[in-house]
Write a protein that binds this ligand. Structure first.
Ligand SMILES: NC(=O)c1ccc[n+]([C@@H]2O[C@H](COP(=O)([O-])OP(=O)(O)OC[C@H]3O[C@@H](n4cnc5c(N)ncnc54)[C@H](OP(=O)(O)O)[C@@H]3O)[C@@H](O)[C@H]2O)c1
Length: 370
């Protein structure tokens, strides 16, 4: 059946009955600033407290964003009587410990991506959250964007036909600095956990968990994955390719190919953007788009983080302990895919060193990309 019209997006519109929660923040760095600004500008959610390892940084962030309580003690933040939900925006190495701290204090928790370094750590958070009866959610903001609701409806209605392939990519030119958190293994650095998680979760949203993961790529001299290509099998003939790198800026597009039509996302597919749907018609005179979707909400780039804030409040209002659009089981399965890929990259790198003593391609002695 040809697609003649796209479904309407389902929006997490603010002030439509969701509770106005009081939020506490741990880790007032770059993304925290974007999230707090977006939430304060576009939602009913309000930050009441912030905690940093430094009293000065906490006070400065609180002043910039109009947050009443500035702390330098994460335990005091999670115990704060005017905090309902804790947002953790530290490097990933700290996510599990701080997440467990918030859960033990009986608070809901939104943890930046990746929710944990491994699937096993993710399971710890899920188990603790379920036992405490609080909501635990990974800040995979892409899931809550209007465009992804349209994609989910197209898939649910079978309008692309049987999905045969997913291709998704995310590459950024991260400063070639061994002190950057992405280059540091002790902070959970590496391209896959930080950038590759977006295409991996996109594939998971479309096709579920892969039945087989084959990875090839290279490591930095600092010992984290620098770039990789993942071939994911989903049983039968369904295949996906995922590419990610922290060495250069790649297209950062995504596509879903079905037996009836193909959906092509613009760059950056995981932020508020646009896509086209092209029917699989061999007689079509051109490869021009048949239908297109463009985010028309006016919330550009990181203002799009506000959808996630309202989504969390909606789920809390509904008494949920996890996101129905990104369950904890799925969050953990995405980490298991990354675990498997990283394991293969590590084994390949060890084998390459054994074979010829050469450094991985493109990375110099001090861990900087050549
Ligand atoms: N959703 C998105 O689009 C998005 C985008 C970028 C990053 N992220 C995620 O958000 C998290 C933070 O990334 P970011 O780029 O915002 O990092 P960042 O700018 O370095 O900020 C992280 C903050 O965490 C605190 N921190 C706590 N323990 C730390 C430690 N051991 N080492 C360094 N800092 C520590 C620091 O604040 P104090 O020193 O003041 O305590 C720091 O300002 C990561 O998990 C990342 O994957 C998400």
């Amino acid at each position: 059946m040809p697609i003649t019209q796209l479904p309407e997006p389902e929006l997490f519109t603010a002030r439509t009955g969701e509770p106005a929660l009081r939020w506490g923040l741990i880790g007032p760095g770059w993304i925290a600033g974007e999230f707090v600004s977006a939430a304060h500008r576009h939602t009913a959610q309000r930050f009441t407290a912030v905690s940093s390892r430094s009293a000065d940084r906490s006070a400065a962030f609180a002043a910039t964003h109009g947050i009443p309580s500035a702390l330098d003690d994460h335990r005091a933040l999670v115990d704060h009587p005017e905090v309902d939900v804790v947002y953790i925006a530290t490097p990933q190495s700290e996510h599990v410990e701080l997440g467990l701290l918030a859960i033990a204090a009986g608070k809901h928790v939104l943890i930046e991506k990746p929710i944990a370094l491994t699937a096993a750590e993710g399971q710890q958070l899920a188990d603790a959250g379920h036992a405490a009866g609080v909501l635990v959610m990974e800040a995979m903001w892409s899931r809550y964007l209007p465009q992804m609701s349209v994609v989910r409806q197209l898939l649910a209605d079978g309008l692309l036909g049987d999905v045969e392939a997913v291709h998704a990519d995310h590459g950024q030119a991260i400063p070639a600095d061994p002190q950057h958190r992405l280059y540091r293994p002790e902070l959970g650095g590496g391209a896959l956990l930080d950038l590759g998680i977006y295409p991996v979760q996109f594939d998971s949203m479309v096709l579920g968990a892969p039945t087989e993961v084959v990875a090839t790529g290279g490591m930095t001299q600092t010992g984290v994955d620098a770039y990789s290509t993942l071939a994911l099998r989903h049983g039968g003939i369904v295949q996906s390719t995922i590419t990610t790198t922290m060495l250069t800026r790649t297209p950062t597009r995504a596509s879903i190919s079905g037996s009836a039509a193909r959906l092509d996302f613009d760059s950056f597919f995981y932020t508020p953007s646009a896509f086209r749907v092209l029917a699989n018609d061999p007689n079509a005179p051109t490869d021009g788009p048949d239908l297109g979707y463009t985010d028309g909400t006016g919330l550009r780039l990181f203002d799009g983080l506000s959808w996630e804030a309202t989504a969390l409040a909606t789920f809390v209002g509904e008494g949920r302990t996890e996101s129905p659009l990104h369950t904890l089981d799925e969050t953990i399965s995405i980490l298991a895919t990354i675990d498997s890929a990283k394991e293969q990259l590590r084994a390949d790198a060890a084998g390459a060193e054994d074979r010829n003593g050469l450094e991985p391609d493109g990375i110099t002695e001090d861990g900087v990309a050549a």
